[in-house]
Design a protein. Structure first.
Length: 224
């Protein structure tokens, strides 16, 4: 118990008072109370560490793969919705099982974890939905998955990689910065009894400083 208290105190010291709100929100239903502090990052030429993996295949998913994405936390219905609207999906596969995944969306989207609205514009691509099953982590799959996505979209004149990271996820922030991503936006968001309030402290695109909405996603935007 003492170790948990010390760890909690250390996290508050690293992340500020907002971590208390975040910790509370993690234990409550999302609609009842959620607290977000998110960072938007961009990069035109990420430094990606890639290598060949014995017994693993890195490839773009097809519609036939949508049935098998349950291993990486994506339902068939959600995957098909993303696939049919044009999002691209790269997977890492071992012995016929999907062990890691990465999605890309383009256009105007609603970022669920943060509650922000993003328009990638004519040159951008939004990287999201990266997940690796626990037993296959720390193997660097993000490098080859991002490489495949970036090369595909570069051929379509989209070279600005965009990502959003939870401010409290320090390892992910550090990884993105090692890859060359720079912070271009910062937002704070709260959901209370179904009402969402988002403050854009810093944002690279023209937008209101404050968004208040009663429906998620607003304007029926696609979720990412």
């Amino acid at each position: 118990m003492l170790m948990k208290v010390k760890k909690f105190q250390q996290r508050i010291k690293e992340c500020g008072f907002g971590y208390i709100l975040f910790a509370i929100s993690e234990r409550l239903p999302e609609w009842l109370f959620s607290y977000y502090h998110s960072v938007l990052l961009t990069c035109t030429n990420p430094k990606l560490l890639t290598r060949r993996y014995k017994d693993y295949a890195v490839r773009f998913a097809t519609e036939a793969d949508m049935d098998n994405l349950g291993t990486v936390g994506t339902s068939k219905e959600k995957a098909l919705e993303r696939f049919h609207r044009g999002d691209t999906c790269v997977i890492v596969e071992k012995d016929g099982r999907i062990v890691s995944i990465s999605w890309v969306a383009i256009g105007e989207v609603f970022i669920r974890y943060g509650g922000t609205i993003l328009d990638t514009g004519p040159e951008g691509l939004y990287l999201y939905g990266v997940y690796t099953i626990p037993e296959e982590r720390m193997k660097g799959f993000i490098g080859p998955m991002f490489k495949s996505q970036l090369e595909y979209h570069a051929r379509r004149n989209r070279k600005l990689a965009i990502g959003a990271v939870d401010f409290f996820n320090k390892p992910s922030l550090a990884l993105h910065r090692r890859m060359g991503f720079n912070t271009v936006g910062e937002t704070y968001g709260i959901i209370a009894a179904g009402i969402s309030i988002v403050h854009y402290k810093k944002w690279p695109y023209k937008t209101r400083k404050l968004h208040v909405y009663f429906k998620r996603p607003p304007r029926n935007l696609p979720w990412v």
